[in-house]
Unconditional design. Structure first.
Lengths: 277, 326
């Protein structure tokens, strides 16, 4: 069980992460706002409550692996990593700039702590499964977990379903997929662009333990992850229902904020709203 | 005349012929015995690609993905990130034909040691027809950074190449033909990634033929026929298309009048393109390209198709004679 005290702490960090995201995107002048803000709670929860990792030793062999499949929400990943101590907070302002370690989409050769380079959609789950299967060959009693974060629009890509099918076959228990179910993608609402429902039933029919939770509730997330970690003989997927642009009313639930950055004025407005109470 | 690197029986009418994929299958088995990091992954073509030799010996290190070439490439990338050295095999048409972006981004952009093995490359698939004849694969692989591209000339070399790429920490693409191919090299022929060598040399050659894969045999037949009619040549086996052995190639072509590339691939973007780029930069020369001329393949026996697409030794010989007369 997660304590109220821990939840308060996570809420504070998530708020800082959202402010970081706005500052980074304004400075960069481009990037993906809605998904980054929407996933701030999930990423904060994972990096500050769930993951077994050592920010000062990113290559630590026994770490859990977090694979970000929809690499365009890199700002939230970078912000939580900086807050967790992987690199100095000041470096966030180099996002998307020449010679920066914070490439527009994450590249593992540039920044220690990035498990794979991503951007082109649909290939993260295959890689996470590959990592889990390799670990199973090396150490069948391993207690590492492999978390793969995916967008919902990304599920249009057929390769995901190859990976879901294969993971179901392998009955691999330490693979946990988390879907950012925010219902937007570049061209509009996912339910218009390419409807995904019934999504839960799709995953279940592929042999996955499936849960649907509020992606902004640390209690719900905690309960879901604990359950997922204790499932035997099955991979687990958590559909995290989130509000894209969460925390800034102007940006919330609007597909046009999927792929653009705030202007300086919009950024100031967003930060004053985020820090209002 | 043949060099020490050639099979001395290569011109015999009963020269031994072995499918290249058999060399790969044996090589992978041996690599697997040498190094327990080696993993085999296959997309429903286990026996066709001869990976079953490895899978039978090491079932715990073999993964069957079914017909999922894109997933297979990324899965291998994930395994490599955990320290494995995965070999992924299918037909060239699908691997790398179907899964190019996964190879480019999840394997090469990450620079992890996944070995992409494509069999049934070229028109030699024969009766299956043009849909299955990968003759564009080298062109799509050449521009990808970090990737070695190797096209062995025969089964003996395919085995050596498999063992060699198993030892590097880089991505590689190994291109194999389906049909039985005459052995043009011998057990003692040294194999080193990125190092071309001559299989035929005459003094003061007028022509340099640079070949890969089954075309090394055709080039040798052509070299012998040309020698008999008084045209001296050198034949190089440039099994590694990337990194191309620029030094050796430039050394051999320096005093020739004509350079010939020979491959079972479109003339666009393959070995010929790589050599033309090298020559244009360093040593412009007259060049002819033996390869498929912007057409798709079709059904037929490998021999019929080699003739139809101008890949047989007779066509090579006549094109060289014509070019020298121009």
């Amino acid at each position: 069980m997660i304590t109220d005290e821990k939840i308060k702490k996570l809420q504070t960090i998530a708020k800082d992460v959202r402010v970081d995201i706005i500052n980074m995107l304004v400075e960069a002048g481009s990037g993906h706002t809605a998904g980054s803000l929407g996933m701030a709670d999930v990423f904060t929860f994972l990096y500050f409550h769930i993951l077994r990792h050592k920010p000062d030793d990113p290559q630590w062999e026994d770490r859990d692996r977090l694979i970000l499949s929809n690499g365009h929400i890199a700002p939230v990943l970078y912000a939580v990593m900086a807050r967790a101590g992987y690199f100095p907070l000041e470096e966030l302002q180099t996002l998307r700039k020449f010679h920066s370690r914070l490439q527009g989409h994450p590249h593992k050769g540039y920044l220690p702590g990035i498990e794979t380079s991503s951007g082109p959609l649909g290939s993260g789950l295959s890689q996470a499964l590959g990592m889990a299967l390799a670990e199973d060959m090396i150490n069948p009693y391993s207690d590492k977990f492999f978390y793969c974060l995916l967008g919902d629009g990304e599920l249009n890509e057929g390769q995901n379903w190859e990976a879901f099918m294969h993971a179901g076959k392998e009955r691999i228990h330490n693979l946990i997929a988390i879907i950012d179910r925010n219902d937007i993608q570049i061209d509009g609402y996912t339910h218009d662009v390419m409807p995904l429902e019934p999504l839960k039933e799709k995953f279940e029919s592929f042999g996955w333990h499936t849960q649907e939770v509020n992606g902004h509730s640390f209690e719900d997330l905690d309960q879901a992850i604990n359950l997922a970690k204790n499932v035997n003989d099955m991979p687990s997927v958590i559909i995290a229902i989130t509000v894209p642009g969460r925390g800034v009313k102007e940006f919330e639930r609007k597909p046009e904020w999927h792929g653009k950055a705030p202007t300086k004025e919009e950024g100031e407005m967003a930060i004053s709203e985020l820090t209002a109470n | 005349m043949l060099t020490n690197f050639a099979n001395k029986n290569v011109f015999d009418s009963d020269v031994e012929q072995v499918a290249l994929r058999s060399g790969f299958g044996e090589g992978l088995l041996e690599a697997g015995k040498n190094d327990d990091r080696i993993v085999g992954i296959c997309a429903d073509l286990l026996k066709s690609t001869k990976m079953h030799l490895f899978a039978n010996e090491f079932p715990e290190r073999f993964i069957e993905t079914g017909i999922m070439e894109q997933h297979m490439a990324s899965l291998a990338s994930g395994m490599a990130a955990m320290g494995k050295i995965p070999f992924i095999s299918s037909y060239s048409m699908f691997n790398p034909g179907r899964n190019w972006e996964q190879i480019r981004t999840t394997i090469c952009y990450n620079d992890v040691p996944v070995k992409v093995v494509g069999s049934h490359a070229g028109v030699s698939v024969g009766p299956d027809g043009g849909s299955h004849q990968a003759i564009e694969d080298i062109a799509i692989m050449r521009p990808i950074p970090n990737l070695d591209i190797i096209v062995p000339a025969d089964a003996t070399e395919a085995k050596k190449a498999t063992l060699a790429i198993a030892k590097t920490d880089k991505p590689a693409y190994l291109r194999l033909a389906r049909e039985k191919t005459p052995l043009v090299t011998n057990e003692d022929t040294p194999f080193k990634i990125g190092r071309a060598y001559s299989v035929w040399e005459s003094e003061n050659p007028r022509v340099a033929i640079i070949a890969v894969g089954p075309m090394v045999y055709q080039a040798l037949l052509s070299a012998k026929a040309l020698e008999d009619s008084g045209v001296k040549t050198v034949v190089l086996n440039s099994h590694t298309i990337k990194p191309l052995d620029e030094e050796t190639i430039l050394k051999y072509i320096k005093n020739t009048e004509l350079v010939v590339s020979a491959e079972t691939h479109q003339i666009t973007g393959g070995l010929g393109g790589a050599i033309a780029e090298l020559l244009a930069k360093n040593m412009p020369k007259k060049m002819i390209f033996i390869g498929v001329q912007d057409r798709f393949g079709q059904s037929g026996t490998p021999e019929e198709l080699m003739r139809e697409y101008g890949l047989d030794s007779k066509t090579i010989t006549s094109k060289i004679v014509t070019a020298l007369d121009e």
